[in-house]
Design a protein around this ligand. Structure first.
Ligand code: ATP
Ligand code: MG
Length: 374
């Protein structure tokens, strides 16, 4: 059975040090939910609180309607996979996978059947009798995953399970993990600080910073309408430009350089006033012009052809270094020292208040706000 996880006002302290101050979130039944954030922001700490390996200094943790704060970790029916595999070196692949079932006193036949089913699912059945030392990192991680899943846990917790693998295997294994999670349909909390990995596997992502949730949403929501400046810079690459918002005859304009302003039709009503703002423009949200003089004037400093795309590093008339990505054209890449003009795809860019704490556009979908207000 798969469960919903609810965390209400969680607090975690180490001595006088508050690591998590007041954190609430909801993981839906069967969902692939990822905690993403910079090193030290509290991802492992929170995961270990869910697992029961960390004390809880405040708040309530629920699996469905059952409060689990005081339930022994062994009785929470969770499967865990860690960064360093943590499989038993002296046991064969098969015995590693069967381990949890033997502990549960399941019948021999049943153990044989389930073990073999999960080894097949993870494509490790051909190594059943091997010891872990004779497996590659990716194969060992599959053993760890099979061992976690075979006990049919209510919740699967994974802490950076791919970080010890090389780049190619990481991409391969994340597809495997996503497929298995889909097939088995188990509620999963996944920890990573790799934003691309998070985007690839997650139904929803919680972006964390300093023990706080910044934004909970689908990969698409978080990328396209990040809730604040931190989220916009942590997920994907972006250029941040200081700008000013003005309102004339009820219409909003962003001044992106002395001679270039754009009309914005999606500024939230309470922010439709004269305001210093920060604008986030992703590299692919610029359009480069060489034959028209409308836009932000800039000089190309570097152009790097990467096949599908060409990356440009440019210096703008407003004194900023900007990164731009354009789909490569068949006939030309723009040479170093060329004068260009940049316009922006206004429907894609994001605008934040002066301190970056809030996206002032409509259409930001952040599941953490509702929860904190209720
Ligand atoms: N046992 C402990 N005693 C004291 N402080 C701790 C302990 N474990 C973690 N911390 C502190 O709690 C904070 C959060 O640590 P945590 O391991 O949760 O970070 P993380 O987000 O998992 O980082 P990483 O991406 O590097 O794994 C850090 O500042 C860390 O130093
Ligand atoms: Mg960690």
């Amino acid at each position: 059975m798969s469960v919903e996880i609810r965390i209400k006002n969680a607090v975690k302290k180490y001595g006088d040090n508050t690591i998590i101050g007041d954190l609430s979130l909801d993981v839906r039944e069967g969902e692939f939910f990822t905690l993403l954030g910079p090193s030290g922001c509290g991802k492992t700490t929170l995961l270990r609180m869910i697992a029961g390996f960390n004390s809880i200094e405040g708040g309530d943790f629920y699996f469905n309607d059952k409060r689990i704060n005081d339930i022994d970790p062994a009785k929470r029916n969770i499967g865990m996979v860690f960064q360093n595999y943590a499989i038993f070196p002296h046991l064969s692949v098969k015995d590693n996978v069967a381990f949890g079932l033997k502990n549960k006193k399941v019948s021999k036949d049943q153990i044989e059947k389930e073990t073999s089913k999960f080894m097949k699912l993870m494509h490790i059945d051909q190594y059943a009798d091997r010891l872990p030392e004779r497996l590659s990192g990716g194969q060992q991680q599959r053993v760890a995953l099979a061992r976690a899943l075979v006990i049919q846990p209510d919740v699967l917790l994974m802490d950076e399970p791919l970080s010890n693998l090389d780049a190619k295997l990481r991409v391969e294994m994340r597809t495997v993990i996503k497929q298995i999670q889909n097939n088995v349909g188990i509620t999963t909390v996944y920890v990573t600080h790799d934003q691309e990995e998070a985007m690839a596997v997650s139904d929803r992502i919680a972006v964390m910073k300093d023990g706080d949730i910044q934004h909970i949403g689908t990969p698409k929501n978080i990328y396209q309408r990040p809730s604040n400046l931190f989220v916009s810079t942590f997920i994907g690459r972006t250029n941040i430009i200081k700008s000013h918002l003005t309102v004339k005859d009820g219409r909003c304009y962003l001044q992106l350089s002395d001679h270039y302003q754009v009309k914005m039709t999606n500024i939230r009503e309470e922010y439709q006033k004269d305001l210093d703002v920060l604008v986030s423009i992703r590299p692919e949200e610029f359009i480069i012009h060489v034959d028209q003089k409308e836009g932000i004037k800039a000089i190309v400093e570097e152009s790097i052809f990467l096949g599908l795309n060409t990356h440009y590093q440019v210096h703008s008339e407003t004194g900023e270094e900007l990164e731009i990505i354009q789909e490569s054209k068949i006939d030309s890449i723009i040479d170093k020292s060329t004068e260009i003009y940049l316009t922006v795809k206004t429907e894609k860019i994001n605008v934040f208040n002066e301190d970056g704490s809030c996206n002032i556009l409509t259409g930001v979908m952040n599941d953490s706000i509702e929860m904190n207000e209720s």
